[in-house]
Design a protein around this ligand. Sequence first.
Ligand SMILES: NC(=O)CC[C@H](N)C(=O)O
Length: 319
Amino acid sequence: MSVENPAVDWGQALASIESAVNPHIGSGKVADYIPALARVDPNKFGLAVALDGGEMHALGDADESFSMQSISKIFTLALTLKQIGDDLWERVGQEPSGSPFNSIVQLEVEQGIPRNPLINAGAIATTDSLVSAYGGGEAGADKAIADLLQLFRRLSQDDSIAIDLNVARSESDTGSRNRALGHFMASFGNMTNPVEAALSAYFRHCSLAISCRQLARAALFLAFDGTDPETGEQIITKRRCRGILAVMMSSGHYDNSGEFAYRIGLPGKSGVGGGILAVAPDQGTIAVWSPGLNQAGTSMVGSLALGELVKQTGWSVFG
Ligand SMILES: NC(=O)CC[C@H](N)C(=O)O
């Protein structure tokens, strides 16, 4: 669906992004329901664009690590589809929820089947499938996380990427809502592992610490039909890559997904750590980070930066 664009003048594009975001740096509200995230400096802003062939353009705090949070759900989904294939879709839907990320209301009406793999309930169910694919229980959770971490390190070409265990602990200590989602799905028979085992993997993948530069590099396979354009490694098939991008477009920002698609026109995924990953098919990936969030949990300044980037590059998939 992408269109041919003339070469982008990156010097000019980054300068326009910088002047568009500067007056707004610090706006929005830092997530505080996970105490470890509340301590992050709201004035941070970083952006990185990764292109085919290793070309990279960056701005601001692009080398500083932040908490990946729900952006990790994309990589968990990719690895789960690789491990168990389309069986996943028997227990998780593909429809937008129109509800907040941690909502429980639809689950009762829809018999414990979460709307999509990017809301918390759907990501917990997906993680549960992944844990089972690695043998199940706490040992399966540890193996799944070890493999996911290894995938990140390989894709970002950086072995220093790690899980921030303080954030993971903080999430677990305040994780009543996610536990409720897990047990509620279990009551409908939609959990295969003990809820705590699935959650221990879920909290850990949400707590991966990563920089914009590392994230943009790691996600590049999503812009090139599931294959890392530099190494040639196929991470997922073209068909599944297309499916993941479709789910990102329709559900990547919860009840803010429609507005994001309207304004930016790229498949994306936000996290309450203030990161947003956006994918421009056949062009490249963009990772942006600024901790202040809007009501739906999407970075305010990050989304402004993406709006300006699309204006400068013409990268919207809608032409
Ligand atoms: N939207 C998000 O980034 C939410 C992820 C967070 N780890 C949670 O479970 O609540």
